[in-house]
Write a protein that binds this ligand. Structure first.
Ligand code: HEM
Length: 522
């Protein structure tokens, strides 16, 4: 009834004759059998989706406004409370109009119809740099991160068997394990007299993440966890990545005029991109020399870099830069969230330590593929930590076809923001959703009192995205985090004795404030 009244109102108010005609024709057809078709018939026109005005939106992000300095999660929650399952953002400067969706059923539908070559909004500044300043490197092979259409598809098809093949990723277990051990050594040496780590623990975790990803993607150790390192290029690379992470938000998220006028700050960002490209180019050249110089055994397993170089040198450079841009912060953010959950839940931490000590009875035991196959509680801890502290808060797509979402018509190509992490705390999918309960992910959990994820819609938890465009570094990220947690929890107790962890949303969700974990030997 409400729907009929609403439709009648739109019929009277709508400015679009085409839409009137469509909704009238639809009403004249009484019954259609499939659910989807019924939805389409009932659907309200795109023009009637609840929307912000430009003024409202700007006002809310300014000091004193409703969304000022809110995390993405808090902001999405407020929007859903006010507008329901869907809301439209107006076009601002060069950013197009976008529709935001919050309901898991709509999120599922949108992904199911995204098509084989999904479009995801990208860092436009990076795209600009690659297309106009360095087509010599980025011209032929598309980056997964910044390319769309056929060019993205071609690169993804080439890269998938390299990055997502479990046997290739497993090759890196010894190195990633070594890096995790070095990180623990470094962080222990930095503790104060109360065994608390320095407040800028987040920076150190970033160094661990950078060291791990460069070891995998560049086949070389930068050595940044070693306090006496002197690789000039590695130092520059760290500074460039930090500059990128702090500066890029102003251009990609905040309204910016760079498309009309290149400000000094914009030119600086272009220099940052160029610096990163040149350093990676230098390392890839060195890796090519090393590969040529090394004798190969008959059973030699090619590294990720060797495989990429075989495709093309520029493809290798592009993938390395993308891995740094996409991988460093997200992996650090996930690790901090998980460590925080473990520090606040000592019983779960003890349970994890028990599992780790069963698999690695001696401190000196190395991680191996066989041992890592048998760590269900570690995996459950990682999932549960990421559920409570997801590194990314939203994803984007363009509608792959004309569909209906939240009862409204969405034309093909409409840009959609998928606010998927709202579901992470939704009791419908995750009972006792604010609590850290890794057991909910265990397949063999028989405790009738324990909440399960068994019946939750799979789209209520998609931290690595979904479909052909999902995270290309997922397996790498998981391996890095598994090794880090193994080395931090097997022999040490992590505690937190400060006010609750706060999250700040920049390009990814990062901790806001000091990170003073207490670490003691057990
Ligand atoms: C916990 C850590 C990480 C999280 C939570 C994460 C999450 C994501 C998400 C949500 C996307 C978008 C997927 C989609 O659109 O459906 C993505 C894309 C991507 N990620 Fe990750 N990521 C992580 C670590 C990494 C690492 C370590 C690498 C590098 C090896 C990486 C490389 C990429 C690339 C290249 C893409 C673009 C894929 C494409 O568009 O084809 N990510 N990631």
């Amino acid at each position: 009834m409400l729907r009929t009244l609403e439709r009648a109102k739109i019929f009277l108010n709508s400015q679009s004759l085409g839409q009137h005609a469509r909704s009238l024709v639809a009403q004249a057809q009484p019954s259609v059998d499939t659910k989807v078709k019924n939805e389409e018939i009932d659907a309200l026109p795109y023009g009637s989706i609840p929307a912000f005005t430009r003024f409202q939106l700007t006002r809310r992000f300014l000091p004193g406004g409703k969304y000022f300095q809110k995390s993405f999660y808090e902001m999405h929650k407020l929007m859903r409370e006010e507008f329901g399952d869907i809301v439209k953002f107006p076009a601002i400067f060069a950013t197009p109009e976008m529709v935001w969706i919050f309901n898991v059923k709509d999120i599922e539908k949108m992904f199911r119809f995204e098509g084989p070559i999904p479009y995801r909004r990208t860092f436009e500044t990076l795209q600009h740099y690659r297309k106009t300043i360095r087509p010599d490197i980025y011209g032929d092979y598309g980056s997964l991160f910044t390319e769309q259409g056929e060019k993205w598809y071609k690169m993804r098809t080439l890269v998938n068997p390299v990055l997502l093949k479990p046997t290739t990723v497993k090759l890196y277990i010894p190195q990633v394990d070594e890096i995790a051990k070095e990180f623990v050594e470094m962080i222990l040496s930095k503790r104060d007299e109360t065994n608390e780590v320095p407040a800028q623990f987040g920076d150190y975790i970033n160094m661990w993440s950078l060291e791990s990803i460069t070891c995998i993607s560049l086949n070389r150790r930068l050595g940044i966890l070693n306090q006496n390192y002197h690789d000039e290029n590695a130092e520059k690379l760290i500074k460039l990545i930090r500059a990128f992470l702090t500066d890029v938000y102003d251009f990609e998220v905040n309204p910016s005029v760079w498309k009309f006028y290149e400000t000094k700050a914009f030119k600086k960002l272009m220099e940052v991109y160029d610096g990163m490209t040149n350093i990676i180019l230098h390392y890839v050249d060195k890796a090519i020399e090393d590969i040529k110089a090394q004798p190969k055994a008959d059973d030699h397993e090619e590294s990720i870099l060797e495989k990429l170089i075989k495709i093309n040198k520029n493809a290798a450079v592009i993938m390395c830069v993308d891995s740094l841009i996409a991988g460093v912060d997200a992996t650090s953010s996930a690790s901090i969230g998980i460590l925080y959950c473990l520090a606040k839940n000592q019983d779960k931490q003890d349970k994890l330590r028990e599992e780790l000590r069963k698999i690695l009875p001696n401190k000196s035991d190395d991680l191996t593929p066989e041992k890592m196959r048998n760590m269900p509680y570690l995996r459950a801890v990682i999932k549960e930590g990421i559920r409570l502290y997801p590194p990314t808060a939203a994803n984007t797509r363009a509608a792959g076809k004309d569909i209906t979402l939240a009862g409204y018509q969405i034309p093909k190509g409409t840009e959609i923001v998928v606010a998927s992490t709202l579901a992470h705390y939704d009791e419908q999918f995750f009972p006792q959703g604010r609590k850290f309960i890794p057991e909910r992910w265990l397949k063999d959990n028989t405790d009738p009192e324990c909440p399960r994820v068994k019946n939750a819609n799979p789209f209520s938890f998609i931290p690595f995205g979904f479909g052909p465009r999902m995270c290309a570094g997922r397996r790498i990220a998981e391996l890095e985090i598994e090794a880090l947690l193994t080395r931090m929890i097997r022999d040490y107790r992590i505690e937190w004795h400060h006010s609750d962890l706060k999250i700040k949303s920049v390009m990814v969700n990062i901790p806001d404030g000091d990170l003073k974990f207490k670490i003691t030997e057990v």
